[in-house]
Design a protein. Structure first.
Length: 118
């Protein structure tokens, strides 16, 4: 089985929604990391101070066939329909070498996919 890392960087308030939708699309585990970020244009408060937004970095290792469906559902969450702006970023990276993954979990996942007809 080939694996892909899906990385999502989103505002803290979207963390639960991103995780829920990624799991519905097939992600089984998520590593959650806190972060701070500054966009291309720094946001300023009314005091003129630079705002560093609180971010969540979510890392998922998934079967390669699941990366695109997960990214598709995340697109709807991360793009603001009102102004077309971005509320976060998601991308995938192929994994060439991997160790430490529970192969019993992979076998259970593959069996589940066979039963579901995917």
């Amino acid at each position: 089985m080939k694996f892909t890392a899906v990385v999502v960087i989103a505002p803290d308030d979207l963390e639960d929604t991103v995780i829920e939708q990624a799991q519905r699309a097939g992600a089984t585990g998520v590593t959650i990391l806190p972060g701070k970020g500054i966009g291309g244009e720094a946001k300023r408060t009314f005091f003129g101070l630079t705002f560093e937004g609180s971010q969540t970095v979510l890392l998922m290792v998934v079967g390669t066939h699941l990366a695109t469906p997960i990214l598709k559902v995340l697109h709807d969450i991360l793009i603001d329909d009102d102004d077309g702006g971005s509320r976060g970023i998601a991308f995938s990276v192929p994994i060439d070498h991997l160790t430490g993954i529970d192969m019993q979990q992979v076998a259970r996942f593959e069996e589940h996919m066979r039963r579901e007809g995917a």
